[in-house]
Write a protein that binds this ligand. Structure first.
Ligand code: NAD
Ligand code: GLY
Length: 362
């Protein structure tokens, strides 16, 4: 069992990583302060893991709400449903919401917790690799609008993050690999040695070896916890966590939601950002190609899906949340382990790269 702490003064919280942490309620019961608990999950995760959590809630007044599965259900309507159940439960200010599931349940549950009585406690129990290494840590919560993803939300930190690595056994392989893309991202932006470690442990990670997986998850959580502690509200450094995401979101949207998973789009996006940086003379081209080799080793896509249009991808990129006053800001690469936020990259350089990538995909 490993513990990583997110240091935010009075709002500091632990991340517990290990096998069997859900079943061992002594690990997470201390995070529950009051008597009322709502467990939020979905139709895929609840049949597998809800019972483990409910067993640990004996003696408390609790309810569960099981939402439909999928990104399309990360909506205001479902936040209203959560708030309705909290009301029926008679949840007071010291109530706790437990989010048991992937990033969709974590983001939505965290947002509902931020809204009920202007903010109650919540505990993240992530069950996808992506949620374990990224979305459950750092307090970004929210829902989608018809006009775009994550457009409404709040910063609301959990009281604890409980990562039970045994839950990954049921995760489909494509979702698992997509989570590994975010793990690779931490090495790419912050630690070249970790990239080497990933290369050496690729076979073990692909086989979901427990020891390698615990180490990769704990490293990722430690890395993200450090960034969040230094820049909770994304005034600077936290933006680097979006390496590959401006390209990635454009790929996800242009390919059609659900065609390309977020982590898959981020993988291709990181490589495009690395190649753009090499074209701009910021990083050695060999580093970008080493990143491509690592992504390939993990079965992640390094090419765009066929049939996309370079100009449309570029236009999507300019809608990114990091843009300020209509100016695109990108995370560029100084080579393995070093990223930086940059504005003022010539549109023509981005377009040329996208045209090349589109041509290579057909
Ligand atoms: P997800 O929650 O949709 O989970 C992916 C799929 O795996 C779903 O079908 C889910 O039901 C299923 N699943 C979950 N756990 C499982 C398990 N143990 N076994 C079998 N199936 C399981 O998607 P995700 O990739 O976990 O998260 C994506 C969401 O996270 C997006 O909405 C994204 O915007 C958000 N996100 C948020 C942050 C943040 O900082 N808050 C960061 C990254 C992503
Ligand atoms: N996933 C990016 C962040 O939490 O800032």
């Amino acid at each position: 069992m490993k513990q990583v702490d997110v240091a935010l003064g009075e709002r500091s919280y632990p991340i517990h990583v290990g096998a069997g942490t859900l079943q061992d309620a002594s690990i997470w019961r201390p995070a529950i302060r009051g008597r009322h608990v709502l467990v939020l999950s979905n139709t895929v995760v609840a049949p597998l893991y809800l019972e483990r959590v409910l067993t640990g809630l004996r003696g408390l007044t609790h309810a569960s709400l099981i939402l439909e599965d999928g990104e399309q259900h990360k909506t205001f309507d479902n936040v209203s449903r959560v708030l309705g159940v909290l009301a029926d439960l008679g949840a007071s200010r010291d109530a706790t919401l437990i989010a048991l599931g992937g990033g969709v349940i974590g983001d939505l549950g965290g947002f509902a917790a931020a809204c009920w009585m202007r903010g109650i406690d919540f505990v993240q129990m992530p069950t996808t690799l992506l949620a374990m290494v990224d979305s459950s840590v750092g307090g970004k919560t929210g829902v989608n609008l018809p006009t775009g993803k994550n457009l409404v939300g709040a910063f609301h930190q959990p009281r604890a993050v409980i990562i039970d690595t045994t839950t990954l056994a049921s995760l489909p392989n494509r979702e698992y690999l997509a989570g590994l893309a975010e793990v690779i991202k931490y090495g790419a932006i912050g630690d070249a040695n970790f990239l080497d470690w990933l290369q050496q442990h690729a076979d073990a990670l692909l086989a979901r070896d427990e020891v390698a997986l615990d180490e990769a998850i704990a490293f990722s959580c430690r890395y993200k916890a450090g960034v969040v502690a230094r820049d909770e509200r994304e005034q600077g450094e936290r933006a680097l966590l979006n390496f590959g995401h401006t390209f990635g979101h454009a790929i996800e949207t242009e390919a059609g939601y659900g065609q390309v998973l977020h982590g898959e789009a981020v993988a291709t996006g990181m490589l495009l950002a690395a190649r753009l940086s090499a074209n701009l003379g910021l990083a050695p081209a060999t580093d970008a190609e080493q990143l491509a080799a690592l992504l390939n080793q993990f079965g992640l896509p390094t090419r765009l899906p066929a049939g996309l249009d370079a100009r449309r991808l570029f236009e999507r990129m300019t809608l990114d949340k990091k843009s300020l006053s209509g100016k695109l800001r990108l995370i560029l690469w100084r080579g393995a382990g070093q990223a930086e936020l940059a504005s003022g990259v010539e549109d023509s350089a981005i377009l040329a790269l996208l045209q090349e990538a589109v041509a290579a995909a057909s």
